[in-house]
Write a protein that binds this ligand. Structure first.
Ligand code: FES
Ligand code: MG
Length: 591
């Protein structure tokens, strides 16, 4: 076999240029010639770079990648590689029913199989919409093939009445106006549509922009990649640079395992806090860590990220959107502020082949209204508060989106006690929220259960429940909520969410009843229901679990193998597969 720049044979050559098996070489090679590639090309010893395409008509948030792939291909070619583009199972957050979360692990499984089973030496991971980024990184981690992330970038800013209208957030805000009778349905639709301005993913600091910022903080993108708006020329330019660099990664054999280290994950957590990132990030980042063999838990989000102030003034926690974030310096400016405060592991390696500290030298914020210095933050606490107690063993609350009034109450009272109003499902919530006999007021906590991984299936973003219309009319826009599902990263609701274990696997949220007293004790990081162990046991004896109906074969498999949110909602058995191109060697010949 020929080799490139050193002794290490490329794995693609074991398909296309294997003197030990000339007949198999012929079989592997011939079909790839049928669209114009030549045998000489494929046997030239040039790295084969996959382009994992997550864009399609079903995934509008990433659809721009179909065009960007041309620039990736040009970059790969100019660096001496050969690009091969292939589809990833579609993952679109708002369009997939029952949830895109159900499909994250399916896309992961599919991509592992592709990266391992086809003649690829490296891969460009095209990311954007919420679950595409973790699914791609989880798969690259498992296989440990040289990999680089190309974000698709946020949509351009949207505006309603001259003010910024952020993706997702405008829906949550406008549905409160609709409920209060201040706008009609046509106006509601118009406001919502104005937030979808262009190609690209959500322009708020929702899960998409948070996860792409995290991919950059992990060292898996070129510097500055996350924030460039999708339609900007710089986006197409970084697509070219990313393709070009992918070839270098293969030649240097710089793999995800060498980049996504414990230090890199701590950098990611610190950045997630500084940008007041989505509550979906801990789930996805813990999952990526498990697949790359790093032990990361929810407690790390509290101990590493809990004290990090808010440095990015982006919706839903702040005022600005993706374009503003980009012009202020994007993720490099956030990293720069964190580095000056000693909050970053500057030595963490990145896909550039240089450390993250080297990458961001001179990258200070250019607009302190959007990205602040560490000592002049927009808020004291951008991270999550990790909770436990007798209702769940792990749950969390996003501190950055709690209204000032609630913040004052939460932080000044040693403990807050609410009366629970319990809904068995999101459908039950919608049916009964305006029922006057529930007598819901600002001293209540709304509880929704059966919305986690196993019950839903694939946890649903339903915990950000709005109060009854009657309260909204009185100006009470939010009351506390608790649930075993998630909420949108674009939501501004004061929720206690992502709880593990969920009702369907024996979590005590299953036996809560309307009227129970629930106490949040922030100093001790506890949330408890006022019931004795014996009372809880008695309720379990009376408990009738709701039936789980599998609507598709994948739902059944997912339910059988998927863990809880605190450990990343992984297919637990899959986390035993580490660095498989090395530990498992080559897959067998196909014929
Ligand atoms: Fe796809 Fe927000 S719905 S990025
Ligand atoms: Mg979402």
């Amino acid at each position: 076999m020929t080799t490139v720049d050193g002794p290490r044979p490329l794995r693609s050559q074991q398909w296309w240029d294997n003197p030990a098996h000339p007949d198999m070489t012929a079989l592997y090679l011939e079909r790839y010639l049928n669209f114009g590639l030549t045998g000489a090309e494929l046997q030239s010893g040039r790295p084969i770079i996959g382009i994992a395409q997550t864009g399609s008509d079903l995934v509008p948030c990433n659809r721009h990648h179909l065009a960007l792939a041309d620039r990736v291909r040009a970059g790969v070619r100019d660096a001496g590689g050969i690009p091969l583009e292939f589809p990833v199972h579609p993952l679109q957050e708002t369009g997939k029913r029952p949830t895109a979360a159900l499909d994250r692990n399916l896309a992961y499984l599919g991509l592992v199989e592709i990266l391992y089973g086809y003649p690829l030496d490296g891969v460009v991971l095209t990311t954007g919409c919420d679950k595409t980024t973790p699914a791609c990184l989880m798969a690259a981690a498992t296989v440990n093939l040289p990999a680089i992330v190309l974000s698709g970038g946020p949509m351009l800013n949207g505006y309603v009445d001259g003010r910024r209208a952020g993706s997702g957030l405008i829906i949550w805000q406008s549905r409160r106006l609709l409920a209060a009778g201040k706008i009609d349905y046509a106006e509601f639709m118009d406001r919502v549509s104005r937030s979808a301005t262009s190609t690209g993913h959500c322009n708020t600091m929702g899960t998409a922009l948070s996860m792409n910022s995290i991919a950059e903080a992990l060292g898996m993108t070129l510097p500055g990649c996350a924030a460039i708006p999708a339609p900007y020329r710089e986006r197409a330019q970084i697509a070219y640079d990313t393709g070009y660099r992918a070839v270098g990664l293969v030649r240097e054999n710089l793999t995800p395992k060498a980049i996504m280290t414990r230090e890199a994950f701590e950098n990611a957590i610190v950045v997630a806090s500084a940008i007041a990132g989505s509550t979906n990030c801990p789930i996805h980042v813990n999952a990526i860590a498990r697949h790359v063999g790093v032990d990361l838990r929810n407690s790390d989000w509290e101990s590493v990220g809990g004290s990090v102030p808010i440095l990015a003034n982006c919706a839903p926690a702040g005022d600005y959107l993706g374009e503003d974030f980009y012009h202020a310096g994007g993720v490099p400016a956030v990293l720069h502020a964190l580095l000056s405060a000693g909050r970053l592991h500057a030595d963490a390696m990145t896909v550039t082949g240089r450390t993250i500290g080297e990458n961001i030298a001179g990258a200070a914020s250019t607009n302190p209204d959007v990205i602040a210095d560490y000592d002049k933050p927009f808020g004291p606490r951008g991270g999550v508060l990790v909770l436990h107690g007798n209702v769940f063993s792990s749950g969390m609350m996003k501190m950055s989106v709690i209204t000032e009034e609630l913040h004052a109450r939460y932080l000044t009272s040693p403990a807050l006690t609410w009366r629970a109003v319990v809904f068995d499902s999101p459908e039950d919530y919608h049916r009964r929220i305006d029922d006057p006999t529930l007598d819901i007021d600002e001293d209540c906590i709304l509880v929704v259960r059966n919305s986690g991984n196993i019950a839903y299936p694939g946890s649903a973003e339903v915990v950000n429940m709005q109060p009854p219309t009657e309260l909204i009319m009185r100006g009470i826009e939010a009351i506390p909520t608790l649930g075993d599902g998630r909420q949108s990263g674009t939501a501004d609701a004061p929720s206690i969410l992502n709880i593990s274990p969920e009702a369907a696997v024996g979590g005590n949220i299953a036996i809560l009843r309307t009227g129970d007293r629930i106490t949040l004790d922030i100093p001790n990081h506890r949330l408890d229901v006022d019931l004795t162990d014996e009372e809880i046991a008695e309720r379990w004896r009376e408990y009738e679990p709701p039936p789980l109906d599998h609507q598709t074969p994948w739902q059944e498999l997912f339910r059988r193998y998927t863990g809880q949110m605190d450990t990343g909602s992984c297919l637990d058995f899959a986390t035993a597969y580490q660095d498989i191109v090395v530990t498992k060697g080559m897959p067998r010949d196909s014929h």
